[in-house]
Design a protein. Sequence first.
Length: 93
Amino acid sequence: MMDLQAQKESLIERFRQINDINLIEAIQKILDYAADKEDEIYSIPEAHQKLVMERFDKIKKEPKRLIDWDKVKNTLKSSNLRYPIPGDPLRDC
């Protein structure tokens, strides 16, 4: 199997040989669609970004607010407050 760079180079070479305008336009639409989907995947709403930054600011001002993950995990494991949920990532911690 070709590595990613070799696949790209092969596609580029094949694309250069295409003379069918309909095929070129179809490929362009696929690339535009992929770019739009990638933007959707990686775009984080501004409100979420603001919330995270506010939380970072709170931690900087008061670092003792942080709790050790192992302590939290053990508390959750020994607590009767949680009900086992199928597929729960904390269940097997």
